[in-house]
Design a protein around this ligand. Structure first.
Ligand code: SDX
Length: 427
C-alpha cells in the first residue's frame, strides 16, 4: 500500500507519495508540488531537503553510522586499500584482484601531466593557497583533454575516470612540492597508488627516497576516511555542475573550490591554526570554550559540529586513534594533540555542546597526522580533496547515468515590486 503525505492549506489538501530508502528512511516526493499547488518549499542550506536518491553512501547521523556501498567505514579503514575503496565507490562492488590490477595499470598509464600545464603552475606566486592552485590546475586539465565524454559509452566514461584518478595525485604532489620549494617530480611506476603518492610528495632531490610504511599506512587510512560522504557541500557542487553536462574535470574543479571553505574541508586547516593559537595563548582551554559559546564572538570550535552527525563522527574516532599511533611510531610529540584532547574532553561535558549535539568531526584530528607527515597546514585540505576524488567521481557518474535533470532550485522573491525607470539626470 503506497504511503502518502497530505498537505493541507487554504481549505485545500493534496497528497504526495512517500519514498522509502533501503535503510527505511522516508522522504516526501514533491516533484509535482508546484504543478499541483503553485507552492514551493523554502529550506536554506537544504537542511531538510533531499536532492537525489543515491546507492553510494549510507549515513545515520543519530547513530554515527557511515557505510560505503553497504560496507562499514571501520571495516574498510582497517582492512582495505584506498584504490579498492575507490573502485567500490565508483563501480559499486569490491574489485577482484584482476579488476584491481587492471584499474591500477590503467590509472598509471594516465599518471602524467602535459608539460605546458607546468607553466601554469609555475606562474602562481609561492604565496598562493594550494586549494586555489589545485582547483585552477584541475580546471586547466580540460584544456589538455578537451574531448567531451559520451556518458552512454561505458569505455569513454571509464577512460575519463582513470584519467582523473591518474592525474589528480600528480597535481596534488606538484602543488605540495611547489609550496615546499621542491622540484616537480614524477613517482615510480612500480609502486602502488598510495605509496606512489607519498613518493611523489615527499621524495627529496638530494637523496634516494626511502618509503615510510607508517606514513603510507596512515595516508591510506586517511584517504579512505575522506573518500565519500553522500550529499555534502562539495559533492552537491560536483553533482549540480555535472547536471549541466559540464565535464568531469570541470565538475571536480568546482568541488575542490567548494571543499576549500573553512566550514567544510577547509576546517582541517582551521583546526590546527586554532590549536596553535590556543597553544601560543598559553593553552587556556576554558577561555576558548567560552569564546566558542559566546554568540557575539565569531570564534567557533573548528572541527566540531556537523550537519548530519548528531553523535560522534565515526571517522573522527578512527583518526584520533591513528593520530596517537602515528605520532608515537614516528616519535613525535606534538603539543597541539594534547590541546585537542583537552578541548574534546571539555566540550563533551559542556551543556552548550551537549544540547546542540556538537561532537568532533572528521577534520578535528586529521591535521595533526598530516602535520606529523611534514605536510604544511595550508596543504591539509588538498589532501582532503585527494581522498574525496573517488566519491566525487562516483556521485557524478551516478547522477549522469540516472539522467538526472539540471539542478536549478526555486526561490521566494522578497525584493522591490515593479517600478518605473528613473533617468540618470532625475536621480
Ligand atoms: C565537513 O557535510 C558533510 O558531510 C561534510 C564533511 C564531509 O565529509 O564532506 O563531513 C566534512 O565539512 C565537516 C565539518 C567541518 N566544519 C567545521 O568543523 C566547522 C565548524 N563547524 C560548524 O561551522 C558547523 O557545525 C557546521 C558548518 C559543520 C554545521 O553547521 P549547521 O549544520 O548549519 O549548524 P549550525 O551552524 O546551524 O549550528 C547549530 C548550532 C548553532 O547554535 P544556535 O544558533 O542553535 O545557538 O550549533 C552551534 C551554532 O552556533 N555550533 C557551534 C559550532 N557548530 C555549530 N558553536 C560553536 N562551535 C561550533 N563548531
Amino acid at each position: 500500500m503506497e504511503k502518502l503525505a497530505k498537505l493541507s492549506y487554504d481549505g485545500k489538501s493534496v497528497e504526495f507519495p512517500l519514498v522509502e530508502g533501503t535503510e527505511n528512511e522516508l522522504g516526501i516526493d514533491i516533484k509535482t508540488l508546484r504543478a499541483a499547488t503553485n507552492l514551493i518549499t523554502l529550506d536554506p542550506g537544504f537542511k531538510n531537503t533531499g536532492s537525489c536518491q543515491s546507492a553510494i553512501t549510507f549515513l545515520n547521523g543519530e547513530k554515527g553510522v557511515l557505510r560505503y556501498r553497504g560496507y562499514d567505514i571501520e571495516d574498510l579503514a582497517n582492512n582495505a586499500d584506498f584504490l579498492e575503496v575507490a573502485y567500490l565507490l565508483i563501480f559499486g562492488e569490491l574489485p577482484t584482484q584482476e579488476q584491481l590490477d587492471k584499474f591500477l595499470v590503467d590509472i598509471k598509464e594516465e599518471s602524467f601531466i602535459d608539460e605546458d600545464l607546468k607553466k601554469i603552475l609555475e606562474s602562481f606566486p609561492s604565496s598562493a593557497h594550494p586549494m586555489g592552485v589545485l582547483s585552477s590546475l584541475t580546471s586547466a586539465l580540460t584544456a589538455f583533454n578537451p574531448k567531451t565524454v559520451d556518458i552512454e559509452d561505458e569505455e569513454q566514461l571509464y577512460r575519463a575516470i582513470v584519467r582523473i584518478m591518474g592525474k589528480l595525485p600528480v597535481l596534488v604532489a606538484w602543488v605540495y612540492r611547489k609550496k615546499s620549494g621542491l622540484p616537480l617530480k614524477y613517482g615510480d611506476y612500480a609502486l602502488g597508488y598510495v605509496e606512489n603518492i607519498a613518493r611523489m610528495m615527499f621524495r627529496k632531490p638530494n637523496k634516494e627516497y626511502v618509503a615510510n610504511h607508517i606514513v603510507d599506512q596512515a595516508l591510506n587510512k586517511l584517504l579512505i576516511l575522506h573518500a565519500e560522504h553522500e550529499q555534502n557541500c562539495s559533492t552537491s557542487t560536483v553533482r549540480v555542475v555535472g547536471s549541466s553536462h559540464a565535464g568531469l574535470f570541470a565538475s571536480v574543479a568546482a568541488g575542490i573550490s567548494a571543499l576549500w571553505g573553512p566550514l567544510h574541508g577547509g576546517a582541517n586547516q582551521a583546526v590546527v591554526e586554532m590549536l596553535e593559537d590556543i597553544r601560543q595563548d598559553g593553552g587556556d582551554i576554558n577561555k576558548y570554550m567560552k569564546k566558542a559559546k559566546d554568540k557575539s564572538d565569531p570564534f567557533r570550535l573548528m572541527g566540531f559540529g556537523h550537519r548530519v552527525y548528531k553523535n560522534f563522527d565515526p571517522r573522527a574516532r578512527i583518526i584520533k586513534k591513528s593520530a596517537n599511533e602515528v605520532l608515537e611510531d614516528l616519535g613525535i610529540v606534538d603539543p597541539v594533540l594534547d590541546i585537542a584532547k583537552k578541548l574534546e574532553e571539555a566540550a563533551l561535558s559542556d551543556p552548550y555542546f551537549v544540547e546542540r549535539k556538537l561532537y568532533p568531526n572528521v577534520d578535528f584530528y586529521s591535521g595533526i597526522i598530516y602535520r606529523a607527515m611534514g605536510i604544511s597546514t595550508e596543504t591539509f585540505t588538498v589532501m582532503f580533496a585527494l581522498g574525496r576524488l573517488p566519491g566525487w567521481i562516483a556521485q557524478w557518474r551516478e547522477m549522469r547515468l540516472n539522467k538526472e535533470p539540471i539542478g536549478r532550485p526555486r526561490q521566494i522573491y522578497v525584493g522591490k515590486n515593479q517600478r518605473p525607470f528613473v533617468p540618470l539626470n532625475k536621480r
